[in-house]
Design a protein around this ligand. Structure first.
Ligand code: TXE
Length: 454
């Protein structure tokens, strides 16, 4: 497998794909390893994870350079991701023993009753490239702490980072037969689905998520899908400062080049502040430094995947043909690398692809709304259900809007945010199941009920 740098389109490394027989033999190895691993205490397993976190932080400069080289993520954002993902480890360290402890429900009388949380066994984690630390940690660290062994298939666009996870997990004391990488593309992913894993945990596109769920359905094992979104933000007319709202909204839309599952993908603005908001928003977007991702000032690097340029061009053309106004950007940048200008489309309507289909790039559609009722109806007009946000100075107004959102997460005066304290879950086409928090660890265990008479 050839690994390309999206900033230069040059091959920077070559890895050998795993063959189907290697997947089979890795699964057998992981099955043996899991038995020993699950006999350790939660604290012993956590000690390895804590050590892993220390190693990642100690080597963060080198790791950030690797992530930037294969995804095009600006170096500072790669560092932010590595440093930020440590919060999962801190949270596990403080809570996992409590979450996984046996629950003695009846401990008097003739029959005692308790719940023991047992690991699932060997799980397959098919992962994504956009935030490999965040979305990877959400799955494999929680699975390991709960006593599972893991086959981790990094995205073909983040395989070098995946290999680093394997190296440092082993260095931190996780046995080699408890965590293993599977290197390859979607075809290898399909091969993994054929094998009898005890759970399949996927992060990626809706289309692939659907294929995975239907392929493994007959196995009757847990399947969890963390998919994309078309996340709306409503900027209400009572925001205290329109410029601040515009700056925050733009960051939510353009951070990581818009390649976040919870990026702001469409914006609705009250008519009273619409013109001021658009002006401030466009000024902010035009101030972004675009270019070489290794330059510390760069905010927008190349897209990770060349194919996405065609999707973005199509969305721009479709929106303009249906009456949107292109305020800035709109073009791919000729030359080396997969660059696309940051793009703002205004006067958008819901017949446009940019308001309906996931963009996953540096492009945003803005639409004017007359009141909260119209904003809610438009925010809810989507097949997705990951996050929704409102900027408003009125808490009651905000809560009334957020109450009506059929999404796993809602935000008041913030957006594009994930925390280990609360579950991360998508509804409708945004996914199935939850990661993070106590819910996230329960995804990797199965309860066993004990009825005990002495
Ligand atoms: O995703 P895929 P890609 C969305 C986003 C983006 C699009 C494509 O819209 O533009 O997905 O990205 C493996 N059986 N998100 O191509 O194809 C594949 O090798 C088993 C949203 O990366 O879904 C990789 O490891 N596995 C998302 C993983 O699945 C298969 C983050 C994801 O690939 C497979 C990333 C198959 N048939 C992209 N086909 C988010 N939730 O944030 C592919 N794979």
């Amino acid at each position: 497998m050839k690994i390309k740098n999206p900033a230069t389109n040059k091959v920077i490394a070559e890895l050998t794909d795993n063959s189907p027989s290697e997947i089979k033999s890795k699964l057998n190895t992981l099955r043996k390893g899991q038995k020993e691993w699950s006999r350790l205490s939660v604290r012993e397993r956590l000690d390895c994870i804590v050590k892993f976190g220390e190693l990642m932080q100690a080597n963060k400069e080198e790791l950030a350079a690797i992530l930037t080289s294969e995804t095009g993520k600006p170096l500072q954002q790669s560092l932010n991701e590595i440093v930020g993902a440590q919060n999962r480890i801190d949270h596990l360290k403080n809570n996992a023993e409590k979450w996984l402890a046996d629950e003695n429900l009846v401990d008097s009388g003739a029959t005692h009753e308790k719940i023991v949380y047992e690991p699932l066994g060997v799980i397959a984690n098919i992962s994504a490239w956009n935030f490999p630390y965040n979305v990877g940690y959400n799955v494999f660290l929680y699975a390991l702490v709960a006593g599972n062994s893991v086959m981790y298939k990094p995205s073909e666009y983040a395989s070098l980072t995946g290999k680093q996870f394997e190296k440092y997990l082993h260095e931190a004391g996780i046995p080699k037969n408890v965590f293993m990488c599977a290197i390859g593309d979607g075809k290898l992913g399909q091969r993994i689905l054929k094998e009898p894993f005890d759970g399949y945990f996927f992060t990626g596109s809706h289309a692939t998520g659907q294929k995975i769920a239907s392929t493994v359905a007959s196995k009757l094992v847990p399947v969890q899908l963390e998919l994309g979104g078309k996340d709306p933000l409503f900027v209400a007319d009572d925001v205290p400062d329109v410029k601040v709202a515009a700056v925050n909204a733009a960051e939510g839309a353009f951070y990581n080049n818009g390649q976040s599952c919870c990026a702001v993908e469409r914006i609705y603005v009250s008519e009273g502040i619409y013109d001021d908001f658009v002006e401030a928003f466009v000024n902010e977007v035009e101030s972004y430094v675009l270019g070489d991702p290794t330059n510390p000032d760069t905010f927008l690097g190349p897209l990770t995947r060349e194919q996405q340029i065609a999707v973005l061009k199509d969305q721009v053309g479709d929106a303009i043909a249906k009456g949107a106004i292109l305020k800035t950007g709109g073009q791919a940048i000729e030359g080396e690398g997969y660059y696309f200008q940051p793009t703002v489309l205004i006067n958008c309507t819901h017949d446009m692809k940019v308001m309906q289909e996931e963009s996953f790039g540096p492009i945003i559609g803005i639409q004017k709304v007359k009141d909260d009722e119209e904003a809610v109806a438009l925010m809810q007009d989507t097949e997705y259900g990951l996050t929704a946000a409102i900027f408003s100075s009125n808490e009651d107004r905000a809560m009334e809007v957020l109450r009506q959102m059929n999404t796993g997460t809602v935000y008041w005066n913030c957006c594009d945010r994930v925390s280990p304290n609360v579950p991360w879950s998508g509804r409708k086409s945004s996914g199935l199941g939850a990661t993070l928090s106590v819910q996230g660890i329960r995804a990797f265990v199965q309860p066993k009920s004990y009825h005990l008479r002495s």
